[in-house]
Design a binder for this molecule. Structure first.
Ligand code: F6R
Length: 251
């Protein structure tokens, strides 16, 4: 696992964008995340597109989607990815793929999404990590061989995400469709980002703890091509033997 401590969140976004740029230009499939973590990456990609990068042939595949929100809700991950990612980098809407969280049969929608991803193959998967060690919405307890499925969201995750619902916990869905751990690990390359002290324990557990279902993000260590880009605060609970924070990054 290649761990880079970037001096700022913006620098982390630039580094990650650099790892996605070639595949996007080549029209490959990339896996995208929602939440706060990928925003600096999407900002950096939008800058590159303004400067002439052509991403129109690429396709993007979401990690997850809430179950039960009406299709027109602004916080569905489809709406979020359209707004924060696809529309800003010139990706065609037809090439943005998100599980159908409004489907009558959510299990079926999850299985269909799993088949579509398996058929396409993801070149690079962008990941954030939950404070409880989740990736996608694979909450603690999720197995290494899990596939795309309907899951219950952990209470901690719902509380963390209430900020996207004007702080109203009761409006945060209780279920989601998520790519499984095995689905995520099939991507040829993983780019995992984390910032802030709130992620420091999860980062330490994922890098230095035991690999297991208590911290589904720890399974990324079983992948051969992982780039982890974190800021000094997220790196602050790693032992110094694992990672040395460059002096300019610590300032
Ligand atoms: C988002 C996702 C989640 C988030 C994680 C971190 O599609 O699957 O795993 O990456 O919850 O969220 P933020 O970035 O908001 O801290």
């Amino acid at each position: 696992m290649n761990i880079v401590v970037a001096p700022t969140v913006e620098a982390a976004g630039e580094l990650a964008a650099e790892l996605l740029d070639e595949q996007l230009r080549a029209g490959e499939a990339i896996g995208v995340a929602t939440g706060s973590t990928p925003l600096p990456v999407y900002d950096a990609l939008a800058r590159r597109q303004r400067d002439g990068a052509d991403y129109a042939r690429a396709s993007a595949w979401a990690l997850d989607e809430y179950v039960g929100l009406p299709a027109e809700h602004p916080q569905t991950y489809r709406a979020t990815l359209r707004r924060e990612f696809a529309s800003r980098i010139g990706l065609l809407d037809a090439n943005l793929h998100v599980p159908d969280g409004a489907a009558e049969d959510a299990q079926r929608a999850a299985a269909d999404y799993e088949s579509a991803i398996a058929a396409r193959g993801i070149a690079v998967q962008l990941l954030g990590v939950g404070a409880n060690g989740h990736i996608g919405f694979n909450e603690p307890g999720s197995a290494a061989d899990s596939l795309t499925r309907v899951v219950d969201l952990a209470e901690r995750t719902r509380r963390d995400n209430a900020r996207f619902f004007e702080g109203r916990l009761e409006e945060v869905p209780t279920r989601a469709i998520t790519q499984g751990v095995a689905t995520i690990l099939r991507a040829r390359r993983l780019v995992l980002l984390a910032y802030g002290v709130a992620k420091a324990d999860a980062v330490a557990a994922l890098v230095e703890g035991a690999i297991g279902v208590h911290c589904p993000a720890s399974f990324v260590r079983e992948h051969g091509d992982v780039h982890m880009i974190i800021d000094p605060a997220a790196a602050s609970r790693l032992s110094s033997t694992t990672v040395r924070i460059p002096e300019e990054a610590a300032r």
